[in-house]
Design a protein around this ligand. Sequence first.
Ligand SMILES: [Zn+2]
Length: 298
Amino acid sequence: MLDVRPPSPLPECGPRPRPPIANLEADPETVMTSPRPLLLALALVAGCAAPGEPDTDPLADHVVVDLTHAYDADTIYWPTAEGFRLQIDARGWTEGGFYYEANSFCTAEHGGTHIDAPVHFAEGRRALDEVPLEQLVGPGVVVDVAEACARDRDHRVTTAELQAWEREHGPIPDGAIVLLRTGFGRFWPDRERYLGTAERGAGAVAKLHFPGLHPDAARWLATERSIGAVGLDTASIDHGPSTGFEAHCILFEANVPALENVAHLDRLPARGFSVLALPMKIRGGSGGPVRIAALLPR
Ligand SMILES: [Zn+2]
């Protein structure tokens, strides 16, 4: 029951000023400067000015890079999961004289840019609402394994590759969010190229071919380093052909969550930036959609 009359003027419903969008990349959705609400939230994390000190914005000298794919009909999910569904509940001018849109959405926990909570593969470990935010906000590192993954689309990132990164860039810092850049993010949202198959259903799972983390490297990260989380630009932290999901089991047993289908890792340096990975707080969830941002010094 929507009325198409133009609205009477309602100052509180007028257009709001938009934050400035930097044109650092062709895609304005992915790079922003000065997103005030986010920076204010971050400032709370980083600590505020002491009483009597002038207000300063600790993040004013940073660029924010969005590491998140949008949710829509093309968003890639596991072959056995239904895709993202958006239902329009209201869209148009109302009898009250104001414009109104509202939708409902339905999604599997593990599709698009999402987080796996430890309980996903480790009984008794943390559910999504129990993952401490301190684990999801921290120094970011990017381990670039794109060359190896271009040669072998089933490549599993080895401990030796992580150690080679450390020799070049220094130790992986405590609390790090370790991001593996396989290069497969460039295939999104082409299911055939990204997953190895565009087929859906249980029969498609055996046809998955994409890179992941070797179980030995997962164990090294979980036991020899003190990281917050690990993430990558493929659909799963275990590579496509995996049937035992060992990297999942090892990481999650140690309460290290995984970020999957991370976007735009090619826009980050190897280190020297911060990551915020803030998931929807689903009580008892085994995972869920996550908005991931990287903060780089300008
Ligand atoms: Zn998942």
